[in-house]
Write a protein that binds this ligand. Structure first.
Ligand code: ZN
Length: 274
């Protein structure tokens, strides 16, 4: 059994603000240790549930957050960026199950830790009229490679978003958001216990989960937080300006839709003003 772990930082226990998630933030080094411990709990549980290969993608910021020297020696690690499939780079190898550790909700969700999609300038993302965030985007992309998401950890809101999107998924809430940048959290030693138990459970009944797929062609709609964001995104050949702040793109499949979204998001992020 091959298991892929997509690991993000915002949904890790006791991580609530940019002081934790921004390299250089005063709590960042501590957050990296919490992050590495939660990923290790998932990796160890995957091996004890019968995994023969576990690939971990460090998928926050530029992919340099997990502490490799403290990671379970049986895992392989995807790190750095940019990378062709961004947060799920490596899924092309083919996997039997996918775990999302440290996941967070889409922008606009109340009482949820650090809600966003890639960065703060994407307000809303729709794929064939399904409103999604990073979780949905990554689930559809791993679904394109025929892999089911069987486990999600994050805050309570991330678990609710996951259950809505992924029937049968096993979810572990490590904290409950109080507004966007505060939470009532389990402490790290309890988070790792919950994640280990959840991953074992998820892999024991992984047949209940199916790869998430959408119909083709894939219609992508991206609403930005500013009209100038949409100006830049609309430069992508094939993109159509639908509304002052919204751009659409019709792709032949989910992989092309993902590449279009990632290109637009990067184009908008590259310019550090409105
Ligand atoms: Zn992140």
């Amino acid at each position: 059994m091959k298991v892929f772990v997509c690991a993000d930082l915002e949904g890790v226990g006791c991580v609530v603000r940019s002081e934790h998630t921004s390299p250089g933030g005063r709590e960042y080094d501590r957050a990296r240790r919490f992050f590495t411990a939660e990923v290790n709990a998932a990796v160890d549980a995957a091996f004890s549930a019968g995994a023969t290969d576990v690939l971990v993608a460090d998928s926050h910021n530029v992919g340099l957050n997990l502490l490799p020297e403290l990671l379970d020696a049986r895992a392989r690690l995807v790190l750095g960026g940019p990378r062709p499939l961004a947060m799920v780079e490596g899924i092309q190898e083919g996997f039997d199950a996918v775990l999302f550790v440290g996941a967070h909700v889409m922008s606009g969700t109340p009482d949820a830790a650090i809600p966003h999609i890639f960065h703060g300038r994407v307000a809303e993302l729709r794929v064939n009229d399904l409103r999604i965030g990073e979780m949905g985007l990554n689930a559809l992309l791993v679904g394109h490679y025929n892999a089911p998401v069987v486990f999600v950890s994050g805050d309570e809101a991330a678990c609710a978003e996951a259950k809505n999107l992924l029937p049968g998924v096993e979810c572990v809430a490590v904290k409950r958001g109080v507004g966007a940048y505060a939470a009532i959290s389990h402490v790290p030693s309890r988070c790792v216990e919950l994640i280990a138990a959840g991953v074992r459970q998820a892999l024991a009944r992984k047949e209940q989960c199916r790869p998430l797929r959408t119909t083709e062609p894939v219609q992508l709609r991206v609403r930005f937080t500013t009209a100038s964001g949409a100006d830049r995104a609309a430069r992508l050949p094939g993109a159509v300006r639908e509304e002052p702040m919204e751009v659409s793109y019709t792709a032949k499949d989910m992989l092309e839709a993902f590449k279009a979204f990632n290109t637009m998001a990067d184009e908008v992020e590259a310019v550090p003003f409105i």
